[in-house]
Design a protein around this ligand. Structure first.
Ligand code: SAM
Length: 265
């Protein structure tokens, strides 16, 4: 049974994936391109969500390559694809991968949610060919400074609701600080040539980025009430996210690339 808090059955999922893809795909594509990604590569996109990065990988590797997009619940990836890009309903924690020897394995904002993340990391490393690249991209959920607010109480309200959201995530086994631990975890897993780049931007009320916060808070509204957030606070939080006088730092995405040593068999 999944413990993933924002499961993909929620009607808010489409908006969540839209915000994630619009805000972070250009950055993620740059990180993936830096691995040497080329026609003919075999790639694994784990927890592919809306599938946009898996589709982009498919364009880069061309018909001579192969991309497998997995997800616990891939309902948001259902659309026509070329035959070399396939979608698999798959639990990365409990089900064996159909194959290994990948040139590139990528997962964005997946291991953060999985309590067994270190065991999953070992499986992802084992799925690489010697010399293959792993790219993990994760949030540090704790660094979200408010950059501008319409009044004195708004920053405190934002921080209160976000803290409740993070508390709900942690109760489901998420590690909200995972982003800052990924580099060391990948080194411990035996990867070399490690490099990290972090991306953040400002998100203004009413914009695409804060759509992520709208979607998340709406999907877990009941859990937020359990954390003591009142109906009135929740209503004011959503109004704040719609206010162009409010600007907050985006969640910082820490992208780490490493390679399986070439000498390994
Ligand atoms: C926050 S979303 C990120 C989606 C996408 N990677 C992105 O960054 O746009 C997390 C995704 O991981 C998937 N997921 C969660 N647990 C998983 C598991 N055990 N195995 C495979 N996918 C999982 C969820 O279904 C969801 O689609």
């Amino acid at each position: 049974m999944t413990r993933y808090l924002f499961d993909n059955t929620g009607v808010q999922t489409e908006n969540r994936f839209h915000s994630l893809e619009a805000c972070y795909d250009p950055f993620s594509r740059r990180q993936l391109a830096r691995t040497g990604l080329a026609p003919g590569w075999r790639c694994l996109e784990v927890g592919g969500g809306g599938g946009s990065l898996g589709d982009w990988l498919g364009e880069q590797v061309g018909p001579g390559g192969e991309v497998t997009i997995t997800d616990l619940d891939p309902r948001w990836t259902i659309r026509h694809r070329p035959p070399h890009v396939r979608v698999l309903r798959h639990d990365i924690v409990s089900e064996p991968l159909p194959t290994d020897g990948y040139d590139l394995v990528h997962a964005r904002l997946v291991l953060l949610h999985i309590p067994e993340r270190l065991a999953v990391l070992d499986r992802l490393v084992a799925a690489l060919r010697p010399g293959g690249a792993l790219v993990l991209e994760e949030f540090d959920c704790t660094w979200q400074p408010v950059l501008a607010a319409p009044d004195g109480g708004s920053a405190a309200l934002y921080e209160r609701v976000q803290a409740a959201l993070l508390a709900q995530l942690e109760k489901r086994g998420a590690d909200c600080l995972w982003g800052r631990k990924v580099f060391a975890a990948m080194a411990d897993a035996g990867l070399t040539d490690l490099a990290a780049t972090t991306y953040a931007e400002s998100w203004t009320g009413g914009g695409t980025g804060v759509g992520l916060h709208h979607a998340n808070a709406r999907q877990v509204a009941e859990g937020l009430r359990e954390e003591g957030v009142t109906e009135d606070e929740l209503a004011r939080y959503h109004a704040l996210l719609a206010d162009p006088e409010f600007t907050v730092n985006s969640l910082p995405l820490i992208s780490v690339t490493g390679r399986r040593p070439s000498g390994e068999r």
